[in-house]
Ligand binder design. Structure first.
Ligand code: MSP
Length: 644
């Protein structure tokens, strides 16, 4: 394919997440950046492919399954589903969700291992080293901080065993040269410098196997059935197995334009092991890698081990998807760490969204209704020059900054430029004072020009925010009477001025973002009275009568909304056997909240058919102020266990 043709393609990936813990906002942030950048490339008119998925082999996963008292397959399916079902909840839409337990992926790993082994780049040797189970790799002394793994803050363990090694050292000079001659290969620049400084010392070869005596849950080496491959050699290949390597048409079109997004924790595997693996396998290396920092809580990385994780679904419920998307993209400077604070979300919503954008939008629309009965007025080019009413220059400058920032994944800078323009427009309203112009018949041309320019400015803002806030973008466009049959408005549509059709009638104005009343968010007293009142007294029953109820513990394997209903979820349960139950809790729980949870089920309730689905039992839950809270067990317990 020619370079010119390739310009029309864009391939973006996230790391595939370990299924040893539920998704948190760190994972959500990376996947969101991928969704945002892909939407932006769609605006550039490109064909895009967006990949995410789950990493399901290795020690950590086996341990996690054991802790949950679940079989390994059942466990990885459940956790993988949690990631998969979370993304649409955040309006994130990957094209493909890859799993390292997929057959197609396993075949690619086997094929590449064999190729590299046959050409002599993999050898067998005894090794003693310091191994971090968190990172699933050996550490060199010089990489440790006070003798500890810097990411997991614990001492790696000495391990001695015979294993297979990948001769990375052979490709060290080639990699240094590639990084030095491709200035944007690793972005932002300080991460490229970090990698280059690491590469100043000789590279140790990479251990790629585990003996099956110690770990069975992996992909068997095609040249030694006593070993499975070690996590990185398996996981990194997802980026090509998902495209149908070697012969798939997606591989041919998208791989040459591949760009990865990761956080700094996995920089070395991605910037050192991965290009060398590709080079050794005779595959072109990826185009760019984009590295972001950590979301911290009080300066510590958010992680399951530290128990300080924030649930994306909780944030969604509290503040809404659009605000969360905006907050994450605006608050973190891509490449640097950011401290997560909930009051910063409220601040961003009230100030940036409700005040700056929301007010501007409703003010301009309300004035259009007041002065012109809601019809888009015709601007007068002469009046624009005479009274210096132009907004075009600022709008075009803004688009240019957005383009440059998006090219460098500097999302916060793009948003800050858009908000500079919003604030410029707010000042423009104040200085041109349309309400004063409206009082004077001789200022009619000025008024029409000012209002038209404001509406055009809003059109451009609606387009520029699309990648980050697609729903708000659409809402704004609907209220600007922009033809919604067009799928995505392109950058070139934004760059053209005077696209709004004069004379078109606009719908009534709306509030884009209501302000958050902080006093209503926290410190709300628990409504004891209501809970007490709702307790109705039921007739006494005997122990025998109680014994008739077959109450059992079940683990939620899957959950999905029942189409065209507000309240119903179809829930698949493991209760020793697999069962389907329809539960009326969709207003309080999204599918991803439930998957993996243990619930209590009344198992011998007469089955009923709800919306065509046979419900075989009932999930127990209480209700408070219209919100459900499901009953669960205090410690994980074998699914199917009866309750007495
Ligand atoms: N399975 C490996 C990746 C293999 S890719 C071939 C892995 N998984 S992970 O579940 O630990 O995910 C790590 C990634 O999750 C980070 O690189 C980042 O994208 C995201 N984040 C996890 N915690 C994060 C923060 N606290 N802050 C920002 N991003 C975070 O490593």
């Amino acid at each position: 394919m020619s370079n010119h043709e390739l310009e029309n393609y864009f391939y973006i990936t996230t790391p595939i997440y370990y299924v040893n813990a539920k998704p948190h906002i760190g994972h959500a942030y990376t996947t969101l950046t991928a969704d945002v950048i892909r939407r932006y490339h769609q605006m550039l008119g490109e064909k895009t492919f967006f990949l995410t998925g789950t990493d399901e082999h290795g020690d950590k996963i086996v341990d996690a399954a054991k802790k949950e008292n679940m079989g390994i397959r059942e466990y990885v399916n459940t956790l993988s589903n949690m990631f998969k079902s979370l993304w649409p909840e955040l309006n994130i839409h990957p094209d493909y969700f890859v799993r390292t337990t997929d057959k197609a992926h396993i075949e690619v790993v086997e094929g590449i291992l064999k190729k590299i082994y046959d050409q002599g780049d993999i050898y067998y040797s005894e090794y003693e080293g310091l191994y971090c189970f968190g990172c699933e790799r050996f550490y060199m002394e010089r990489e440790l901080v006070d003798g500890k793994c810097p990411d997991h803050n614990r001492k790696p363990e000495p391990i001695k065993e015979a294993n297979y090694f990948f001769r990375m050292s052979r490709y060290q000079e080639w990699l240094i040269d590639h990084i030095q001659t491709h200035a944007d290969f690793i972005q932002p620049k300080h991460y490229a410098n970090e990698v280059l400084s690491f590469l100043k010392e000789p590279l140790e070869d990479l251990c790629i196997s585990r003996p099956k005596t110690r770990l069975k849950w992996g992909i068997t080496l095609p040249f030694d059935a006593n070993y499975v491959t070690y996590v990185w050699f398996d996981a990194l290949l997802n980026y090509i197995s998902a495209l149908g390597y070697p012969d798939g048409v997606y591989f041919k079109t998208f791989w040459p334009v591949s760009e990865h997004i990761i956080a700094k924790d996995i920089l070395k595997p991605h910037a050192i092991y991965w290009p060398i693996m590709l080079k050794a396998a005779g595959i072109d290396i990826y185009k760019r890698i984009h590295v972001h920092g950590f979301w911290n809580i009080n300066k510590s990385k958010m992680s399951k081990t530290l128990g300080n994780v924030i649930s994306p679904m909780e944030l969604k419920e509290k503040y809404g998807v659009e605000a969360i998307r905006y907050f994450m993209m605006r608050e973190m400077a891509f490449g640097l760490d950011s401290d997560f604070a909930e009051d910063a979300i409220v601040q961003r919503i009230n100030s940036d969204l409700a005040n700056d954008l929301g007010n501007l939008f409703s003010r301009v629309l309300a004035m259009t209704h007041k002065f012109f009965g809601g019809k888009i007025p015709e601007p007068d080019p002469e009046a624009e020059i005479e009274f210096h009413l132009g907004l075009t220059q600022q709008a075009m400058n803004t688009i240019e900054i957005v383009e440059q920032s998006m090219e460098q994944f500097q999302f916060h800078r793009a948003l800050s430029a858009i908000w500079d323009f919003i604030n410029h427009m707010n000042k423009y309203v104040d200085t041109t004072s349309p309400w004063v112009l409206a009082k004077n018949k001789t200022s009619k041309r000025q008024l029409e020009t000012v209002m038209y320019n404001l509406l055009e400015g809003l059109r451009i803002i609606s387009g520029l925010i699309y990648p980050v806030m697609p729903k708000t973008s659409k809402l704004m466009q609907d209220h600007l009477a922009i033809d919604s049959t067009e799928k995505i408005h392109t950058i070139s549509w934004l760059k053209s001025w005077k696209m709004l059709q004069t004379g078109k009638k606009l719908p009534k104005t709306i509030t884009l973002f209501p302000r958050i009343d902080v006093t209503k968010l926290s410190g709300q007293p628990y409504p004891i009275e209501e809970a007490q009142q709702s307790q109705t007294t039921k007739p006494e029953i005997t122990f025998d009568e109680f014994q008739k109820m077959d109450l059992r513990v079940a683990t939620v394997l899957d959950a999905e909304r029942v189409p065209n209903t507000q309240k119903l979820l179809k829930v698949t349960l493991n209760m020793g056997e697999t069962r389907t139950v329809v539960a009326g809790i969709a207003e309080s729980y999204s599918p991803s909240d439930l998957i993996g949870k243990q619930v209590i089920v009344l198992a011998n309730l007469t089955p009923v058919k709800l919306r065509g689905i046979v419900s075989n039992g009932m999930i127990l839950a209480g209700t408070n102020q219209g919100k459900h809270s499901i009953a669960t067990v205090e410690k994980p317990i074998q699914p199917g266990t009866p309750l007495k």
